[in-house]
Design a protein. Structure first.
Lengths: 50, 300
């Protein structure tokens, strides 16, 4: 049964870690895109305002 | 930058769909573990070791057939002139990355099953070796995608490599029929398509396949979104924003551009040449002459 527990633990562990890493990457990139868009909007406002 | 060039945020419906698939996958995996470890009976020959059948074939199904198969189809559709679109390239890249993770799971769970069954963690058996080769080939695909190139060129050569690697999939599938191997023949996807497993074991196996398929679909959707965001940020939009910001900071007499952090928030921003041509640096980024705030292709 030890091999069975090891098999389940390792496979589910790898999948969980990869899923968590995907969520973290997506959030990080989404924030980066938001910042870039904010830069543009901020710059456009300054230009419009003189 | 026009608003249309910004990657559109996911609609509430799409977000709800992705979350629902993720939740269903999590519930399905919990159900698989419960049925596999506590409900199903031990096997007459293998005893409790048979419980690995609810994990190992499922991850192999996702890696070999769903992920790498989908990547091959997407690559083919990219190369086909009528359907050429970067959508297929991104889909193939996402499928390969997820497939590599499942391929590692396949090899690890197979090795763990092999030790008490065959007496060794690894044997240079046809099925095992071909699955390991598949992993190496698709790791090469991922490495190739990281070489600097423009998106079209990268997509084209990646698609060719993907199709080359995918030749291994049918060989791997039929290896247990073509050669005498330690690995058993197909239980479900055998030539007669008559599953040689019955009762609660069959239902649990089916639930494990469905759950792992849902896990794959969820990972694929999230990874595809990451690809869209990475491509957008890598296309020069980030550089344009940083240069504009620095130019504004310089003209305002502040040190904002020199000491701030980058847009990813990962560290100090590197000095970026100004957008404004100067005698010592006439149009350093080549953007003013182009008449459009698009930065030359950024190496990735």
């Amino acid at each position: 049964m030890n091999y069975v527990i090891a098999g389940y633990s390792i496979v589910l562990g790898i999948l969980f870690l990869y899923a968590a890493q995907l969520v973290w990457r997506r959030r990080r990139l989404t924030r980066a895109v938001d910042r870039v868009v904010a830069f543009h909007e901020d710059g456009a406002r300054r230009t419009d305002g003189g | 930058m026009s608003a249309t060039r910004v990657p559109p945020p996911l609609s509430p419906r799409a977000r709800w769909t992705v979350r629902s698939i993720g939740a269903a996958a999590a519930v399905g995996m919990a159900l698989t573990v419960w049925l596999g470890l506590w409900v199903t009976p031990p096997d007459q020959v293998q005893g409790n070791l048979v419980r690995l059948v609810y994990i190992h074939p499922g991850v192999a199904w996702v890696a070999l057939y769903l992920a790498f198969g989908l990547a091959a189809v997407a690559s083919l559709l990219y190369l086909w002139p009528r359907t050429r679109s970067l959508f297929w390239d991104r889909l193939a890249a996402a499928a390969v990355e997820v497939g590599v993770v499942f391929n590692v799971c396949t090899l690890v769970s197979g090795s763990i099953w092999g030790r008490p069954t065959w007496g060794v963690y690894w044997a240079w058996d046809a099925r095992l070796t071909l699955t390991a080769i598949l992993l190496v080939l698709f790791l090469g695909y991922i490495a190739l995608r990281r070489l600097p190139a423009d998106p079209e060129k990268r997509a084209k050569r990646s698609a060719f490599v993907c199709l080359f690697a995918a030749v291994d999939i049918p060989i791997d599938h039929f290896s247990v029929l073509w050669w005498r191997t330690l690995h058993q023949g197909a239980t479900v996807l055998n030539p007669d398509l008559s599953p040689t497993i019955h009762g609660s074991m069959a239902w649990t196996l089916l639930i494990s396949f469905l759950s792992l398929t849902l896990v794959f679909v969820w990972m694929l959707l999230v990874r595809y979104r990451i690809g869209v965001l990475e491509d957008w940020l890598g296309s020069g939009e980030l550089d344009v924003a940083l240069r504009q910001r620095q130019a504004e900071g310089s003209s305002a007499g502040t040190a904002d551009g020199a000491t701030g952090t980058d847009a990813l928030g990962t560290g100090p921003r590197e000095p970026v040449p100004s957008l404004v041509p100067t005698p010592s640096s006439p149009d350093p980024a080549g953007v003013v002459a182009a008449g459009h705030p698009a930065v030359p292709e950024r190496a990735r």
